[in-house]
Design a protein around this ligand. Structure first.
Ligand code: TXA
Ligand code: MG
Length: 341
């Protein structure tokens, strides 16, 4: 299969690209689309055969459910049943964060095929803020199932070029909407009624931080100690480069082996942090030069990881970022990239 990439820069290009994407999606095919988080591989969420093509292209195991993206936030009722006890808090959360990078897990409506939810009684829902994604979703006027547009377990794509690298020859079309605004996947939450405040559990940390959520309820991070992860896709090893990756907590912990080559993923690129001078790095990427801004680091993170993976080093050494706010989501991805389990 030939994979086309269509630009959306000029109004004429945008119209042509959206028309092509809608034509393919309406015919039950898959299309890679930009979102504000990472690129997604989309299909009509209510068409089980179309959704099966997502799993095939990604080589994704069928136990890993997909996120459903609504054309408009008011469409929530078409795919999910909001339990009575959490109607007010869900209304507040969607009013505040949709369209945007917040995914909410809710009881599913029967129209959502089992293949989308891997047989779970719940569905993960969000509404994307990306202009290109919205034009496609709203023209098609159907919910779109879309996981990140990478091979299963691999690094999430934040550009059309990265999608092409991951899925070339496996999908018919990629719409190029430029670099993704956030660069990390959406925050996934579940919400339970509780007194005095609803309980919000973060199943996957992301651009909407615990701090952002805490005005809406009591916020907790999903416990990692549970034997079975609550999010099946949250396997310890995920977002993994082919090159082994190690997080070095303190520069003094790094002792290079003779004859081995290393690449450095630096947070701030500051001499004073102590990582730069440790070694003759084969390649280096700095996530946020200077002061270390977490949003900037998030945007560059998957891009940098992908570049370093291609540098041909024996190992990637990663500096930790500050584990607060958006840093929680970055460290979540970094730890999974480092895990071999
Ligand atoms: O930002 C994003 O969320 C991107 C863009 C494309 O929207 N999508 C994304 O999808 O990251 P994916 O498939 O790579 O990750 C979706 C995660 C998986 O870990 C999956 O297990 C979890 O959502 N998930 C889906 N349905 C769920 C459910 N019913 N209950 C719990 N977790 C669920
Ligand atoms: Mg993914």
């Amino acid at each position: 299969m030939n994979t086309s990439v269509l630009s959306t820069d000029l109004p004429q290009e945008m119209k042509h690209a959206v028309d092509e994407a809608v034509r393919l999606l309406a015919a039950g095919d898959v299309v890679a689309l930009p979102t504000e988080t990472v690129y997604g591989l989309a299909a009509d969420a209510l068409n089980a055969e179309a959704v099966a093509k997502i799993f095939a292209a990604k080589e994704r195991p069928s136990f890993d459910p997909l996120i459903v993206h609504l054309p408009h936030k008011k469409d929530l009722d078409t795919v999910a049943d909001v339990p009575e006890g959490i109607v007010p808090v869900i209304k507040k959360l969607t009013e505040r964060f949709w369209p945007g990078p917040l995914t909410i897990v809710l009881p599913k409506k029967p129209c959502v095929p089992d293949i989308v939810t891997s047989g779970l009684p719940t569905v993960a829902v969000r509404a994307s803020q990306n202009l290109v994604f919205n034009r496609v979703a709203r023209t098609l006027d159907k919910p779109l199932a879309a996981p990140s547009a990478n091979r299963f377990g691999s690094i999430s794509p934040t550009s059309a070029a990265a999608v092409k690298m991951e899925l070339d020859g496996r999908i018919p079309l990629i719409l190029d909407g430029g670099a993704c605004h956030h660069g990390l996947e959406s925050t996934i939450i579940k919400v339970e009624p509780a007194a005095p405040k609803p309980l919000i559990t973060i199943l996957r940390p992301g651009p909407i931080t615990p701090e952002d959520l805490k005005v809406f309820g009591r916020v907790q991070l999903a416990s990692k100690s549970k034997d079975k992860p609550e999010v099946p896709g949250q396997l310890p090893s995920h977002y993994a480069p082919r090159t082994p990756l190690r997080i070095i907590e303190r520069p003094s912990d790094f002792i290079p082996e003779h004859g081995k080559t290393y690449a450095l993923l630096s947070y701030r690129g500051e001499e004073s942090d102590g990582y730069l001078g440790l070694h003759e790095w084969k390649a280096m990427h700095i996530l946020s030069p200077g002061k270390g801004k977490l949003p900037e680091a998030a945007v560059r993170f998957f891009y940098a990881l992908r570049q370093l993976d291609q540098a041909g080093a024996d190992e990637i050494i990663a500096e930790p970022v500050a584990e607060r706010g958006l840093g929680i989501a970055i460290m979540d991805r970094l730890k999974r990239a480092a895990s071999k389990a």
